[in-house]
Design a protein around this ligand. Structure first.
Ligand SMILES: *Cc1c(COP(=O)(O)O)cnc(C)c1O
Length: 228
């Protein structure tokens, strides 16, 4: 089941890239939150190398019991300052950085681990109250601050669009995110800005058409999550 769903997502990604005339590639992060470690192991067997988790504790339990080829772990959910200590040694890329305070804490913990932590800055283009992320106005100040931290390496930008019945309605949001991303590349001219993370099950094709090079897909691969 997962195998067919995964292949369908990969096919839809390739189709969207072709429609957009893109010759670069896009990375699929399989979002395994609320699914058991066996689901992680199954996609890993099928060749998936990047997985995304929302919560530090849940990811930790999976990392401890996971048995399979090496994976790249992405933290995609909101990160609380008091969880940074645990998160830094666990994740290759943290997508959800949205404050100075969080950056300061990541810097502090990364020093201890002798690590340079790769992060994305999360921007809340649509200003949804329910979602975290920087407003477009706050964005430059936090971006500038991040560039002063030697153990934090900003790799790009993450954006979540609101859930619209018609995913086409997310297109203007993704366009704004892409413009900010291009602006970041000018701000960091050394080439470290590489990732534009946007698009989920509902809207990943539109996101790819608007330049996303990381999509974070859960439901379309694993089915509905069961919360209890
Ligand atoms: C859960 C989640 C996803 C995946 O959502 P699906 O709709 O299941 O594909 C992607 N990004 C973030 C930040 C999430 O929390």
């Amino acid at each position: 089941m997962i195998e067919e769903s995964l292949h369908l997502v990969q096919q839809r990604m390739a189709d969207a890239m072709r429609r957009a005339g893109r010759v670069d590639s896009a990375l699929l992060v399989a979002v395994t939150k609320n699914h058991p470690v066996s689901a992680v192991e199954e996609v890993a067997r099928l060749g998936v190398t990047h997985v995304g988790e929302n919560r530090v504790q849940e990811a930790k339990e999976k990392q401890l019991t996971y048995n399979g080829p090496q994976l790249v772990w992405h933290l995609i959910g909101h990160l609380q300052v008091n969880k940074v200590r645990q998160a830094v040694p666990m994740f290759d890329l943290i997508h959800s950085v949205d404050s100075r305070k969080l950056l300061e804490e990541i810097e502090k913990v990364a020093v201890k681990h002798d690590k340079v932590q790769d992060v994305l800055l999360q921007v809340n283009v649509a200003r949804e109250e329910s979602k975290s992320g920087l407003s477009v106005e706050e964005f430059p100040e936090v971006r500038d601050f991040a560039s002063t931290l030697p153990h934090v390496r900003v790799r790009g930008l993450m954006c979540m669009a609101p859930f619209y019945d018609n995913p086409e309605d997310a297109r203007p949001i993704f366009k704004v995110a892409n413009a900010l991303y291009e602006d970041m590349k000018r701000f960091y001219p050394n080439g470290q800005i590489k990732y534009l993370s946007m698009g989920m099950t509902h809207d990943f094709e539109v996101a790819l058409e608007e330049g996303a090079n990381i999509v974070r897909v859960g439901t379309a691969i694993f089915g509905e999550r069961v919360y209890n």
